[in-house]
Design a protein around this ligand. Structure first.
Ligand code: COA
Ligand code: AMP
Length: 623
């Protein structure tokens, strides 16, 4: 505990010195002398005089350090029955040649490239190739439907889209190219496309619009990584906010590299040469930070897994990966472990594998519920760590300081603030709350390196989403408390963002889609607790007076439109037609109250409610 306190206070008292010291551990083209320049909005530009390239750090610097023949990336795909591995030498060759392909397509420094790929090595190669030439990638999760892709195309205005012929979900082959074509038909921007053809499904190519990945590579030769200002944008990663328009979180090269490098040991306790298995998707921040950039730039090998925790083929899948690649640490979402627990509560599948390499288990993406924590701990007899972070932070904000000496974990808590993050719990007026009092979880500005630098093309949204609620603080959107010993407990979102199977989704966006139906007068979408997925969205709709539509037909149409617009991952499967919704006298729908009904909690009826009988109407529908 003392070691933690020392490091934390060092970062707090001398942030410049602390982060410059961390920066020195990386190979810069130009080593920074200045740690941070704080901007008017309170955020900092990290290492403003440094020059670096994260693709160089992840590949070339590792080779220079003698790791050329070490495996950088293991690809394991039970859904295609295939495996592959790439040494740092091989991965650099692939990345450097693909960077040439990008240049041949006219992609230059600062241009955006959308990557819409399943969990195949080409996703990591495309990301690293963009970074190599200073292009800004924006990976869109393969589970998003065409409309979501179109919204991102129009916001990022990319020069190119990189996709594959298909993704594979369990036994389903999902063609991607028709989704991209549909998105391009909807979008205002019409970038060209590179397509990676997979043997499970061939995409139809359009002359002049689509380029075949493999064919383009036949004329490519490796290109070097270009030196970039540390503040140069590396990527835009869209995340759900409270409206239908996702926010493009922007991250830099230099600050991100320094933060990830620090976290690989401090949070994950890893050493170069060890194997890290992050079971997530490159479409999420976890995939960016701990499947691709973090492990590679720290000299670890990363496992890129195209499969599910269960059913590909069974609940032993994660344990097989641990055995096959001698994994030291595994990281996934609690929902994945709940899925394993459901199929294999006694860990019988686990018994078939040698887990002697595995030192610890990490979970994030949603709160690690105490029941899953206890189960995983007892089953594996290993330390299990919850840690808290967001797309916006890019790396953990609260974690157990494993690398400098783990502290005793408390079920339900993501442990302590990571050095660089000063976490405060504030009341609605911005007053700091005492221990155990629940309020808004905020981080004092400036944020440490690695965090968002802006919202793409929308400084105003940066301000309104994160900086305006509590001046001087970054508002995380999560609520929770800190106990007397300083353990942080993150209890859930305070806004209209929900978490379905570790996927962050906006109920506001779902409401916009429901409200667009010709028969719907008003609607609300709220989260209902779910044993497996954490939360599931439930919709409530009020029909227009003149509507005569059959309720069942309406429900099917609405469920289908959510799948078509957002994607199947939204999992909106329950919809109720209600005569009215609980509202304040000023007309604001009381979603919190509906949530309480869904959770079976005592309903705290506010004095501002317009019509108290609306609650009974909801209860009646639920019966
Ligand atoms: N591409 C296309 N479709 C996808 C997809 C992808 N990458 N991922 C999910 N989907 C689809 C599924 O096929 C399913 O479609 P269906 O309704 O037609 O069957 C739907 O979206 C819901 O999928 P999912 O949420 O994965 O539910 P599931 O019941 O198939 O699996 C879990 C449940 C818990 C095993 C799974 O959600 C999981 O592994 N979650 C972990 C998520 C994670 O790692 N998050 C990252 C945070 S660190
Ligand atoms: P994302 O941006 O998709 O990574 O989702 C971030 C959100 O997931 C956070 O704002 C939290 O609501 C939730 N979250 C992630 N990790 C945790 C955790 N360890 N404990 C509680 N909530 C978490």
């Amino acid at each position: 505990m003392q070691a933690y306190k020392n490091v934390y206070s060092e970062a707090q008292q001398d942030p410049e010195g602390f982060w410059l010291e961390q920066a020195r551990r990386l190979n810069w083209f130009k080593t920074p002398k200045v740690a941070a320049q704080v901007k008017k909005n309170g955020l900092a530009d990290w290492f403003p005089d440094g020059e670096v390239n994260i693709s160089y750090l992840a590949l070339d610097a590792q080779i220079e350090a003698g790791r050329g023949e070490q495996v950088a990336l293991y690809y394991d795909s039970p859904v295609t029955q295939s495996k592959a591995s790439y040494t740092f030498n091989q991965l650099r060759e692939q990345v450097a040649c693909f960077a040439h392909v990008l240049k041949q397509q006219g992609v230059e420094k600062g241009d955006r490239v959308i990557i819409y790929l399943p969990m195949i090595p080409q996703a990591a190669i495309a990301m690293l190739a963009c970074a190599r030439i200073g292009a800004i990638h924006s990976v869109v999760f393969g589970g998003f439907a065409a409309h979501e892709l179109a919204v991102r195309i129009d916001d990022a205005a990319p020069k190119l889209i990189i996709t594959a012929s298909c993704g594979i979900e369990g036994t389903k082959v999902l063609p991607y190219k028709p989704i991209v074509d549909k998105a391009l038909a909807e979008a205002i921007y019409k970038p060209r496309t590179i397509v990676y053809q997979r043997e499970q499904c061939q995409a139809e190519m359009q002359e002049g619009q689509d380029t075949d990945w493999e064919r383009a590579l036949t004329t490519a030769s490796p290109v070097e990584a270009v030196p970039l200002p540390a503040t140069h944008p590396l990527y835009i990663l869209y995340t759900s906010g409270t409206t239908g328009k996702p926010k493009g979180v922007v991250r830099d090269h230099g600050g991100y590299a320094v933060a990830l490098n620090f976290s690989m040991n401090y949070v994950y306790g890893l050493k170069p040469g060890e194997i890290f298995f992050t079971a997530s998707d490159v479409g999420w921040v976890v995939g960016h930070s701990y499947i691709v950039y973090g492990p590679l730039l720290f000299g670890c090998s990363s496992v890129l897994y195209e499969g599910k925790p269960v059913n590909t083929p069974d609940a032993g899948a994660f344990w097989r990966i641990v055995q096959d690649y001698k994994v030291s640490a595994i990281f996934s979402a609690p929902t994945a472990f709940r899925a394993i627990k459901k199929e294999d509560p006694e860990g019988e599948f686990m018994q078939h594998y040698n887990l002697s390499s595995l030192k610890r288990i990490y979970m994030a993406g949603e709160r690690l519920d105490p029941a899953t924590y206890e189960w995983a701990t007892e089953l594996t007899d290993l330390p299990v760590y919850d840690h808290w972070w967001q797309t916006e932070s890019g790396w953990p904000m609260c974690a157990n300081p494993v690398g400098i000496g783990a502290v005793k974990a408390k079920p339900g808590s993501s442990a302590f603030p990571v050095p660089g993050y000063e976490i405060n719990v504030l009341d609605p007026l911005g007053k700091s709350l005492r221990s155990k009092e629940e309020g808004a979880i905020c981080v004092r500005l400036p944020l440490p390196p690695g965090c968002l630098t802006t919202v793409w093309g929308d400084e105003q949204r940066l301000h309104s989403s994160y900086l305006s609620a509590f001046p001087g603080y970054y508002c995380s959107g999560d609520g929770g408390y800190i106990d007397e010993q300083g353990y942080v407990f993150i209890m859930g979102r305070t806004d209209d963002v929900i978490n379905v199977a570790g996927h962050r989704l906006s109920t506001g966006e779902m409401e916009e889609i429901l409200a667009a139906h010709k028969d719907v007068a008003e609607c609300a979408v709220v989260a209902q607790p779910d044993e497996l997925k954490g939360e599931l969205p439930v919709g409530f709709v009020i029909l227009k007076n003149a509507s005569t539509i059959d309720h069942e037909q309406l429900q099917q149409e609405l469920i289908q439109s959510i799948r078509a617009e957002i994607g199947a991952i939204a999992c909106l499967k329950t919809l109720h037609v209600v005569p009215r919704l609980p509202k304040t006298r000023s007309g604001k729908i009381l979603r919190r109250l509906i949530r309480q009904v869904l959770q079976g909690d005592d309903v705290a009826v506010p004095s501002t409610i317009d019509d108290p009988s609306s609650i009974d109407a909801i209860k009646k529908t639920m019966r």
